[in-house]
Design a protein around this ligand. Sequence first.
Ligand SMILES: [Zn+2]
Ligand SMILES: [Zn+2]
Length: 260
Amino acid sequence: MNPNNDWFTIEEIDRFTFAISEYGHWEQFHSYLLIGQNEACLIDSGLGIGNIALECRKITDKPVKVITTHVHWDHIGGHKYYDKIYVHKDDSNWLENGLPISIESIRKSVTKIPFTKPLPEGFDINKYEVYQGKPFCELSDGDIIEISERRVEIIHTPGHSPGHICILEPETGYLFVGDLIYQGDLFAFFDSTDPIKYAASVRKITKLKKVKRIFPSHNQNDLPISFAHKVNQAFEELKRRKKLKHGSGIHKFDGFTIKI
Ligand SMILES: [Zn+2]
Ligand SMILES: [Zn+2]
């Protein structure tokens, strides 16, 4: 019996690192599970359509803590299954007190495009809620989080949301980038986004020394470093053209668009 009905796809990145993906949803979401000796860490917890904790259980029986790349509804769907939630201090308020978007419009986003895989048992969009809760730990730029012997570094990358973070594991060169960059439409047009900070954050990650592979939250889940440089060049171009302000439009580039 699997109440999730194959909603999730588990892919091995290495023996101790996994992507848990939701390809049946139009947003093609990826959470990532990092296994240490005595504990594990989930980076984001998915769309909240199925029970991601059951998927983590298939991979490990170690206790799981959760790092949030940022507080948007699609990244915190499974937070309710866990106690140790880490979030950047500038997104913490949304986690505790809710997003400034109505539940009706979030439910519309969840079902905007028909699902392409069978849904988990009992899923009902009319009962879909967004997680709210007090974080276990508030993060700042440069913080180090230990997952037993593994160490990851928090890199504050505001712009898409005030407290957006990327998570770097220097040892493996893995950089988990959340919604900062991915193939598809990059969102910098919400009131709560800041296109200038967004551009600076993309630049910031291209300057990191130890990155070997990039793991975004949406669409293709393993990107080359060259992709970050491409997005950086695009933002540089928009800056030159004085387009880094809300309402400047939808800017198309090779493999992605930037909506400001
Ligand atoms: Zn987002
Ligand atoms: Zn997202």
